[in-house]
Design a binder for this molecule. Structure first.
Ligand SMILES: N[C@@H](CCC(=O)N[C@@H](CS)C(=O)NCC(=O)O)C(=O)O
Length: 379
């Protein structure tokens, strides 16, 4: 038996990027195999119950799917050089907010800047998508398969709320987000101070594989938010590079009693951009749950979305797909909050009130999302 893991993924995959960065930083021995390869199509996707990446195969032949679950697997198995769960549980709640927002809330700019700039991006994407196509296709079949796979992703952009009506607002709000993160990174190498946490890995999902690799958004990031670009490099390194920012911040995480305004501005952004959507999704979910028989709640019976919810997003009425997975990540925030003692809850509630996020702490689905055999369902 070797001690090498296999990561099945794709260079351009949002959630694969998060896992790869974690494995590199923690110097976990692994090889990466394109998800369109023979073993993925015959063995791995069957083992995890659907075609989805990333998946890791452990040295003893077990599979773990889901970016978040894979990081937790490595944390539990003792591979982390410095846990991505902050020692102060109040910081962990904040980290979970960015785990959810980075992985799910930034999909609008990620999908817009990937799929709505064909002139700049398409040649790059055509090559990138070879990672998910079966091996050895002739050129005509490869083009056919690319059009099929990319067509699915273009449809996905629409169900995340990216339509011609919203393009300009997606661009303006992404610029606002970049400016806020850029300001924060002038003083800190990572979101919560001197080391990456769950929150950085969440943000890294969208901010790396799409927004710091595809030609159109890469140019935007490098020219308007160079420190964010530098952070994507820092996140992706196995080595520690001591620079002005790391020297200034030191190795420790932030003091939760004195959080910088730049972090609060980022929390405020999450409130402005994403709280309305989460609120609408939880309301939809609870109405939907009340109507379901037990069979439909079992893991794997339904696809990834359970329906759509319509809500106001920055002056646009938009309709987006409601996915139990988002409720699963929301649950991680509220579970972490519920686990705090009364004093910590009070101080964190004050911070969430100050940043417009207090409503997030009240959002609960009437049933819990569970993951069984790599699939989501309801307890
Ligand atoms: N929650 C999952 C999401 C994974 C996911 O959506 N992966 C994309 C690629 S980045 C995928 O496999 N899409 C294929 C599809 O939806 O058919 C995770 O974190 O692993």
């Amino acid at each position: 038996m070797t001690d090498t893991f296999t990561l099945y993924g794709m260079a351009a995959s949002l959630y694969t990027g998060k896992v790869r960065a974690y494995m590199r930083r923690n110097q976990i021995p692994f090889r990466e195999e394109k998800a369109g390869g023979a073993r993925f199509n015959t063995v791995v996707s069957k083992a995890v119950g659907r075609w989805i990446i990333p998946v890791i195969e452990t040295p003893d032949g077990a599979f773990v799917q889901d970016g978040t679950d894979i990081l937790d697997y490595f944390e539990r198995a003792g591979f982390s050089k410095q846990s991505i769960y902050p020692p102060d549980p109040k910081l962990t709640v904040i980290a979970h907010v960015f785990e959810l927002f980075g992985g799910e809330g930034l999909l609008r700019p990620a999908m817009h800047y990937r799929w709505n700039f064909d002139e700049t991006n398409l040649a790059f994407l055509r090559t990138a998508f070879e990672d998910v196509l079966p091996n050895g296709l002739d050129p005509a079949s490869r083009e056919q398969a690319f059009l099929h796979a990319s067509g699915r992703m273009r449809k996905a952009a629409v169900v995340f709320g990216v339509t011609p009506d919203t393009y300009q607002t997606v661009e303006d709000t992404y610029a606002d987000f970049l400016a806020r993160f850029e300001a924060h990174l002038a003083d800190y190498p990572f979101l919560l101070g001197g080391a990456p946490t769950l929150g950085d890995y969440g943000l890294f999902s969208a901010l790396y594989a799409h927004l710091a690799r595809d030609p159109k958004p890469l140019h935007i990031m490098q020219t308007t938010a160079p420190r964010v670009f530098r952070w994507t490099e820092r996140m992706n390194m196995a080595e520690h590079f001591e620079d002005e920012i790391t020297l200034k911040a030191g190795p420790d995480l932030l003091n939760p009693a004195a959080l910088p305004d730049t972090l609060k501005a980022m929390m405020r952004f999450v409130a402005e951009d994403y709280l309305g959507e989460l609120t609408a999704h939880v309301a939809f979910t609870n109405t939907w749950l009340a109507d379901q028989d037990d069979h439909r709640l079992k893991p794997g019976v339904l696809g990834r979305g359970i329906g759509v919810a319509t809500f106001d997003w920055r002056g646009h009425e938009i309709t987006t797909s409601v996915m139990p997975y988002r409720i699963y990540l929301l649950q991680r925030i509220t579970d972490a909050f519920d686990g705090l003692d009364a004093d910590d809850q009070a101080s964190l509630r004050a911070l969430f009130e100050e940043t417009g996020l207090a409503g997030l702490l009240e959002l609960r689905a009437t049933k819990r999302v569970i993951r069984e055999n790599h699939l989501e369902g309801w307890a």
